[in-house]
Design a protein around this ligand. Structure first.
Ligand code: C5P
Length: 206
């Protein structure tokens, strides 16, 4: 099998669909995928249990992501709080860079992949949508998972998190200059995926 070889950085706002797109791309091209938000969620989860954020980052064990419920609003908020901490970010940066150095290529999704973690990524995407559409999508996901929560609280949490992620000093959420920017407010996931694949195929042909 020919090696895919591309490093693909997929950044974007909370609940923009970047995780779903990243997983589908990784599956389609048989490349490893890292959801970097899970790393911050794991640290946030441990902080909620009373552990020091830097200790939690030092003891990071990604296998725990399969065990704990990391999708709650409390963990989302704790993740974006710990994400402001430069020592936590520095620790997680090492892990992410190691992952991205895989010779066959990789897909990483997060907030600062194209700007900080992999500034030399072969392809960069920045995926977003208006906050109301994102809140609707996340609300439906949470209901399916059995969380009893109102649309309004999901919307509030997404807007607060966007605000915190965009305005923090360390690695704020912003599109890399050379990112392909996609607003998915009026697109379904299949349309977004087809567009991303077209851009990847064009890159692979070069
Ligand atoms: O992507 P997800 O919503 O799971 O990320 C949870 C939080 O982790 C984000 O709100 C953000 O504060 C933080 N994060 C980050 N940098 C990344 C990925 C996530 O700061 N690369």
């Amino acid at each position: 099998m020919t090696s895919f070889g591309l490093i693909i950085a997929i950044d974007g706002t909370a609940a923009s669909g970047k995780g779903t797109i990243s997983r589908k791309i990784a599956h389609n091209y048989c490349v490893p995928h890292l959801d970097t938000g899970l790393l911050y969620r794991l640290v946030g989860y441990h902080v909620l249990q009373g552990i020091d954020p830097i200790d939690a980052a030092n003891q990071l064990n990604v296998k725990q992501a399969e065990v704990f419920d990391l999708k709650t609003l409390q963990v989302s908020n704790a993740a974006s709080e710990v994400a402001k901490n430069p020592s936590v970010r520095a620790k997680l940066l090492e892990f992410q860079r190691r992952f991205a150095s895989k010779p066959g290529g990789a897909v990483l999704d997060g907030r600062d992949i194209g700007t900080v973690i992999c500034p030399n990524a072969d392809l960069k995407f920045y995926i977003t949508a208006c906050s109301e559409v994102r809140a609707q999508r996340r609300h439906s996901e949470l209901l399916v998972l059995g969380h009893k929560i109102s649309y309004e609280s999901v919307l509030r949490e997404i807007q607060e998190r966007d605000e915190r992620d965009t305005n923090r000093e360390q690695s704020p959420l912003l599109p890399a200059e050379d990112a392909n920017k996609i607003d998915t407010s009026d697109m379904n996931i299949g349309e977004v995926y087809d567009l991303v694949c077209l851009i990847i195929e064009a890159k692979l042909e070069k």
